[in-house]
Design a protein around this ligand. Structure first.
Ligand SMILES: C[S@@+](CC[C@H](N)C(=O)[O-])C[C@H]1O[C@@H](n2cnc3c(N)ncnc32)[C@H](O)[C@@H]1O
Length: 500
């Protein structure tokens, strides 16, 4: 048996997890079962998101590749392990569960009794219905926030978007002015100065940027504000309207577009090579992602399936007076129609929109992800997606960078990044504040999502992968811890700029 305890800081210090309490009952239950102990791995993580998709203990089947070797025994490279099963333990919760209960939870995970209610078929993470929940959250944000009584920003790291930070905005604007000043001298500055913001949220950061821009421009007398075109983009019409209201005093300078962050060129292709700044904050971590893994010398894709545990399914179905078998259909209707139309379509189950929102919130809180590892026949068979010509071979140096690793592909973020680079002026840059894993080692030490931020999904972003892709396209990609927040924090700023 292989035991992998991730070296989280919570293993030490005054409030350290007691590993005996948190892991030994799990190991006891595994050894008491009839699984082949030579083919089991136990992984203990600190799942930092209080709201997440996992049970305290969860089992994951590891599929075996069946290569076509023409009847010969398949080659077995040295150091390859063929595990059948992974048992995942959440150290944040397992230490506070009674040992007998933790033992029982593990035994239940091992026996996989099959009374959970799947909401979908198995598939790559980026295709799961959790992304429909995510999109619904942003499109019906007003209803969700009214029901919870709190704004989405309160769920972000530190309770406020770092893009609202005036100091950071000022620094960015002055760098932009520096580039423009040099282009003026060379008589090469275009009349129209484009800045694009992707995923604008409530417009708080757009307002800080525009206020600062106008103030600094006036101070310097540079006449850039009059030539500025600030393009705000989001896929939620509701969010865009909020942002428009937030920057109403800059209306002359602002245009807004409803578009998918993963394909900005669809609507903005006419601005290729014209945009001086693409500004993104807390969006890449909110875009669909797959996960891949290298375990015991073999490569896997992580497949997931959204589901409800039997007790939650019974409670949820009972609350609207339907049988459990109808529940997946009602959940998918909610995702297609949204709460207001769902209440119209099923008035006997949802007397008003509030009742449908309540159902939505309870369903989301209950959603868990079942996971399994499916062998990848070859990395070249894995497509990173979205018509980006990004092939799976790009992942090889990262997957083969040392010991076992499971990491995000961040397909949506990669697509968005690659498409945005096409829009950049030769002297332009893309600046992104987000939760980046900046070294692959970071995937071996800490849990990186998915977690739930209110009604949305959060996954850390694979920085080395984005940097690798950017460099192959001729861009320098740098990461720097966000410097302007008192007390630090997890946010990192990525800057991508064409190489000289
Ligand atoms: C966490 S909020 C961040 C808002 C803001 N940038 C900030 O830092 O506070 C994520 C934003 O991205 C938008 N978003 C998420 N997925 C998107 C997609 N596929 N296309 C366009 N916008 C998306 C959401 O509607 C929301 O406005």
């Amino acid at each position: 048996m292989l035991l992998d305890v991730r070296p989280h800081s919570r293993l030490r210090g005054a409030r350290a997890v007691n590993l005996n309490d948190a892991v030994l009952p799990v190991l006891d239950a595994v050894t008491a079962s009839d699984v082949d102990l030579s083919r089991v791995r136990v992984v203990a993580d600190w799942v930092q998101y209080r709201d997440n998709f996992r049970g305290v203990v969860q089992s994951r089947r590891i599929g075996q590749a069946t290569p076509d070797t023409g009847g010969l025994p398949p080659p077995e490279p040295l150091g390859v392990r063929d595990d059948d099963l992974e048992i995942a333990v959440d150290l944040r919760r397992s230490g506070s569960v009674r040992p007998e209960e933790l033992h029982e939870l593990t035994a239940a995970a091992l026996s996989a009794t099959g009374d959970d209610l799947p909401l979908e078929d198995w598939g790559p993470g980026s295709r799961s219905c959790v992304w429909d929940f995510n999109a619904l959250y942003w499109s019906a944000l007003e209803l969700w926030e009214k029901s919870t009584g709190r704004g989405y920003e309160q769920a972000l790291p530190g309770g406020e978007s770092d893009a609202r930070n005036t100091e950071a905005a000022r620094e960015l604007i002055l760098e932009l002015f520096g580039v423009w000043d040099r282009l003026v001298t060379a008589q090469a500055l275009p009349d129209e100065l484009y800045v694009l913001e992707i995923g604008v949220g409530n417009g708080g950061q757009a307002k800080v940027f525009l206020d600062e821009f106008a103030r600094l421009d006036q101070e310097r007398g540079s006449d850039y504000y009059r030539r500025l075109h600030y393009l705000m983009c989001d896929y939620s019409a509701h969010v865009l309207e909020l942002a428009r209201q937030a920057v109403a005093e800059h209306a002359e300078q602002v245009s807004s577009f409803t578009l998918d962050a993963t394909r900005p060129c669809t609507a903005l292709g006419f601005l290729k090579y014209k945009i001086f700044l693409v500004y993104v904050s807390n969006v890449y971590d909110n875009l669909p992602t797959d996960e891949v893994a290298q375990l015991g010398g073999r490569t896997y894709q992580v497949e997931i399936r959204a589901q409800l545990c039997a007790a939650d399914a019974a409670e949820l179905a009972g609350s609207i007076g339907i049988g459990i078998d109808r529940l997946p259909d009602v959940v998918h209707r909610l995702l297609r129609l949204g709460p207001s139309l769902l209440a119209d379509a099923m008035p006997d189950r949802f007397p008003d929109t509030g009742a449908a929102v309540d159902f939505w919130r309870r369903a989301w809180a209950a959603v868990r992800l079942d996971e399994r590892y499916v062998p990848l026949a070859g990395l070249d068979t894995y497509d990173l997606g979205g018509g980006t010509d990004l092939g799976g071979e790009l992942l090889r140096p990262l997957l083969e960078s040392g010991a076992d690793v499971r990491m995000h592909v961040n397909n949506g973020a990669l697509q968005s990044f690659v498409d945005s680079l096409r829009l950049l002026h030769p002297y332009g840059r893309l600046v992104c504040h987000d939760l980046f894993v900046t070294e692959i080692e970071g995937y071996r030490t800490h849990f990186r999502g998915p977690g739930k931020y209110d009604g949305s999904v959060v996954n850390w972003v694979n920085g080395p992968l984005l940097a690798h892709v950017g460099r192959r396209r001729g861009f320098d990609v740098r990461y720097e811890r966000f410097r302007h927040r008192a007390g630090g924090g997890n946010i990192v700023t990525m800057t991508a700029q064409a190489r000289d």
